[in-house]
Design a protein around this ligand. Structure first.
Ligand code: FES
Length: 173
């Protein structure tokens, strides 16, 4: 039986992507990468993974294991904007816990990281906040990455201004 896809997944484009890479070197990785971009929340829903498995004649478990192995694949919906707070030792020493708590406050997601969680998307899908162990920029701690751009020596005031700007639809500075 054919897998049923979420309504907001563009099956025509997905078929095109599968057709483009199927049987080639690294086909699973290439397909997953483009399929993730296809989704408006930049993730790979279960239905998409099953559809890809079926169309590649592979067991779903194989596709799942690839999607879960690589950190750049998202299995949960991503917010419009991404904020990553480094929680490594150097950044912790320089106040990254306070930055994370500050974010929880301004985004009204208090307690989102209390249980050691490393990922949270706001209910309006505007922001995804996540934590990482180290960005390899320890000398410039605390480090925060916003929409793929690294910001060093971050402080709560600057973080507030960036979030406010992004909430209004502007660009980060
Ligand atoms: S601990 Fe934050 S960049 Fe290394």
């Amino acid at each position: 039986m054919k897998a049923v896809l979420e309504k907001d997944v563009d099956t025509k484009s997905l078929d095109k992507i599968i057709g483009k890479y199927k049987g080639g070197p690294g086909d699973v990785l290439c397909i997953l990468e483009e399929a993730q971009e296809l989704h408006r929340h930049k993730y790979l829903p279960r239905e998409t993974l099953e559809y890809i498995a079926e169309n590649l004649d592979l067991p779903a478990s194989k596709i799942y294991s690839v999607a879960t192995f690589y950190a750049f694949f998202n299995l949960k919906p991503q917010g419009e904007h991404s904020i990553i707070v480094c929680r490594g030792t150097a950044c912790h020493t320089k106040g990254s816990k306070a930055l994370l708590e500050h974010l929880e406050g301004i985004l009204k997601i208090r307690g989102a990281f209390d249980e050691g969680e490393s990922f949270y998307t706001t209910p309006d899908n505007k922001f995804t906040v996540r934590t990482v162990a180290c960005f390899g920029q320890c000398a410039l701690a605390p480090v925060v990455v916003v929409d793929g751009k690294i910001f060093v020596h971050m402080d709560t005031g600057r973080l507030s201004r960036m979030v406010k700007e992004l909430s209004r639809g502007g660009k980060k500075k």
